[in-house]
Design a protein around this ligand. Structure first.
Ligand SMILES: CC(C)(COP(=O)(O)OP(=O)(O)OC[C@H]1O[C@@H](n2cnc3c(N)ncnc32)[C@H](O)[C@@H]1OP(=O)(O)O)[C@@H](O)C(=O)NCCC(=O)NCCS
Length: 202
């Protein structure tokens, strides 16, 4: 069945969170918290509803992408608005079929139309390079504490739009999840065992 991409609707929220939990479970740590992050981001003032897309195979939702407005703050205090991409999730049973790629490409096209300067994210450089993302440091953008990593990347949405946008990158507090709120939120989902796996960085 073919995949369609559309805006997420309130009646999709629960299904999207279940899918996000399945996509991230045990990938970066035992269990995951990205489903709670997705839940909190929608309530955040910086959430960009126009870029909250789901991929559907018929009715069921098999993928999701979300964005928030974020800031690059220069040493002189100048604030530049950019986008932060994530989470991006595709059901494990549907990964590797180009669905994540379509969610990224279609949302990037909308972000360009909306006039955003650029997108920053934390993710696998080998995956995101194919969409044109480069190490954020190449744009003069560092993490909030002034660091640079291969997996901290940026994409300029039109030629020259990130020229002069340099400084430290700050994303919304909704990305920070504490153990108590995660434990409470997890009660809404079927119990699932956590494992240590080779994909986990820490
Ligand atoms: C990352 C993710 C969204 C990609 O979606 P997808 O539909 O599987 O991706 P696509 O089919 O468009 O692309 C598949 C390609 O990306 C590669 N790829 C997918 N996830 C990758 C990752 N985390 N790191 C490196 N490469 C990855 C695959 O190896 C494949 O490569 P190929 O085209 O050379 O064979 C999906 O795998 C997922 O939900 N992963 C778990 C959650 C996650 O890590 N999200 C991203 C971090 S925010």
């Amino acid at each position: 069945m073919s995949i369609t991409i559309r805006r997420e609707r309130p009646e999709d929220f629960r299904e999207t969170e279940i899918l996000t939990r399945k996509a991230f479970w045990d990938v970066y740590k035992p269990g995951c918290d990205e489903h709670l992050v997705a839940h909190k981001l929608r309530e955040a003032a910086v959430f960009v509803g126009e870029l909250d897309l789901v991929a559907c195979e018929g009715e069921p939702i098999v993928g999701n992408i979300m964005y928030t407005r974020a800031r690059v703050i220069a040493a002189n205090g100048q604030v530049h608005e950019v986008l932060c991409m994530g989470p991006v999730s595709v059901l494990p049973t549907h990964q590797g079929r180009g669905i994540g790629g379509r969610l990224i490409e279609e949302s990037v096209a909308i972000a360009k139309e909306m006039g955003f300067a650029g997108i920053f994210l934390y993710g696998n450089p080998f995956y995101y390079a194919r969409f044109g993302f480069r190490k954020a440091e190449e744009f003069g953008v560092m993490t909030s504490d002034g660091k640079s990593y291969d997996y901290f990347m940026g994409l300029e949405l039109a030629p020259g739009r990130l020229a002069g946008v340099s400084g430290n990158f700050f994303y919304d507090d909704a990305f920070h999840v504490n153990a108590d709120e995660l434990e409470e939120f997890e009660k809404l989902f079927p119990k699932r065992e956590k494992h240590k796996t080779s994909t986990q960085l820490f």
